[in-house]
Structures are given as structure tokens and as C-alpha cells.
Design a protein around this ligand. Structure first.
Ligand code: GN1
Ligand code: CA
Ligand code: CA
Length: 126
């Protein structure tokens, strides 16, 4: 609806497309880019609430955040901005096994760092 292409949902100043095919974080990023978008970025509580509302199962969702470049320095990969707003689950990010560099939202709308090679659904934005 609104000014978004078919299959995309409008919210705020962006369009969103939830992809239920499962991919690694890098492949999810690539699919979003091939579809004219990027892995979703969250700047504030209303955006977090909106995206949380898109989760209707008990599964996690890849977002466009990473600390792949410099451990503990979390960045939005598309905008290349450091995190401002965050909604980490308590005790996260924990870089479990020293190898968790990609950002997911859990079904409670809270954030966790997860190994980037996990395959799971993801959210594109444009
Ligand atoms: C644990 O149990 P689960 O999958 O929700 C861990 C996270 C890790 C995740 C994957 C409290 O979360 O930090 O990222 O496994 N949670 C805790 O390795 O340690
Ligand atoms: Ca990390
Ligand atoms: Ca973690």
C-alpha cells in the first residue's frame, strides 16, 4: 500500500518485506539488495514495535546490524551508522563462543547477537 511496491508494507518513511525463506545473514543481505532494498535497520521504539508486530511465529529474524568489522562496535551495515537506539535482551550481546557478529530480533522483539552462519528468516527494507 502507500508508495511501496507490491509485496512491501509501508511504515514510517520506509517499505518492509518479511522474507520467510531462510538464509545466512550475508545471503539474506544479498537477497534484500537484489530486491532493491537492504536488511532492515531500527532507529527507534516505534520501528522496533512495528517490526516486532511482524513476527507471528516463534522464530528469530535477521536485521541489518553487525559487529563483523570490529568486535563490540555494532553498526547498521546499509547506513554504515553505529547503533543509536538498541533493544538488547538482558545479557546480550554476549558474543557467545566468541563468534556472534550478526543481529537478530527474537519473538519478544528483543535483540540478540547470533552466529552469522545460522539460517533464518529476515526482513528487508527500502
Ligand atoms: C542462546 O537459547 P537461545 O538460542 O535463545 C544464548 C544467546 C546466543 C544463542 C545462539 C542467555 O540463546 O546469547 O546468541 O544461544 N542465550 C544466552 O548461540 O546465553
Ligand atoms: Ca560479536
Ligand atoms: Ca548472543
Amino acid at each position: 500500500s502507500g508508495d511501496c511496491p507490491n509485496g512491501w508494507t509501508h511504515h514510517g518513511t520506509s517499505c518492509y518485506r518479511l522474507r520467510m525463506d531462510t538464509e545466512t545473514w550475508v545471503d539474506a543481505k544479498l537477497v534484500c539488495e537484489l530486491d532493491g532494498g537492504y536488511l532492515a535497520e531500527i532507529e527507534n521504539i516505534p520501528e522496533n514495535n512495528f517490526i516486532h508486530g511482524l513476527i507471528t511465529d516463534n522464530k528469530n529474524l535477521w536485521l541489518g546490524g553487525t559487529d563483523l568489522s570490529v568486535e563490540t562496535e555494532w553498526m547498521w551495515i546499509h547506513s554504515q551508522q553505529p547503533f543509536g537506539y538498541t533493544n538488547w535482551r538482558p545479557t546480550e550481546p554476549n558474543n557467545s563462543n566468541k563468534d556472534e557478529n550478526c543481529l537478530e530480533m527474537d519473538p519478544n522483539g528483543l535483540w540478540n547477537d547470533r552466529p552469522c552462519h545460522y539460517i533464518q528468516k529476515y526482513l528487508c527494507e527500502r
